[in-house]
Design a protein around this ligand. Sequence first.
Ligand SMILES: Nc1ncnc2c1ncn2[C@@H]1O[C@H](COP(=O)(O)OP(=O)(O)OP(=O)(O)O)[C@@H](O)[C@H]1O
Length: 256
Amino acid sequence: MESLFTVRNVQVQARGRCILSVPQLDLPVSQHTSIIGPNGAGKSTLLRALLGLHGTGVQLRGESVGSNLKRGQIAWVGQHGQYNLPLTVTEYVQLGCCPHGSWFKKAQAPTTKLQHLLDVFDLRPLAQQRIGRLSGGEQQRANVVRALLQNAPVLLLDEPCNHLDIRHQHRLMHYLREHHAEFSVVMVLHDLTMAANHADFIVLMNEGQIVASGTPQDVMQSDLLSEVYQWPIRRIEEDGRLFFRMDHHSVHSAVA
Ligand SMILES: Nc1ncnc2c1ncn2[C@@H]1O[C@H](COP(=O)(O)OP(=O)(O)OP(=O)(O)O)[C@@H](O)[C@H]1O
């Protein structure tokens, strides 16, 4: 298996505690990888490590991810955007076209792609609005468009479906699938059914460690998921697709 990212002996400490410990992880090329796991499992920390923000143990296609060259090949959507900038939606998404590390320089996106993405993500009517005045879901869509305009071969998306309604969640996932030849995607997702049906490769995390990695069929087993999430999770297979049902569980029995 050819690797997109190789992670070797990456450890991240914060306030005297280890929040990420990954002896070895290989993420395959040209696949959609989803990182799943409960709150605080270390998913965002792992994504930041892939971005080269936590030391030297990560390689992208065999070269250190810390180099500017490699970092310029990665587009990133974090959990929080910079919405206090005095920019319209069009100006905000065009930041994606700036050379890496010089976001303050004036940039122009190719008009066709910009207009296409504004249409796909229903932002055209809001194009001249201030980014700070948009709703949470609209801002998130603008963040995604900004990342897509970078034309980077690797997209790292931290909970890209945050704030998105169901239609826009599916539109985003379908866009990523339709354009899979243009980029590899590594994304953090909380929706297990969405992860199973849109990712080819799953990384399951808990307490700063990789619990399992592999295909959704192999990794997303009821017992393992229930143990990691500490909640009864039932896996259902229908027409070759996986669905996950959170079984009813009173808060009292979950806490007990
Ligand atoms: N700068 C920091 N200082 C101290 N603790 C931190 C710091 N950054 C992260 N942590 C802790 O590390 C753990 C992992 O955080 P991380 O954001 O990677 O989790 P996550 O899996 O992405 O969670 P969520 O699903 O809630 O977004 C958490 O317990 C968090 O409180």
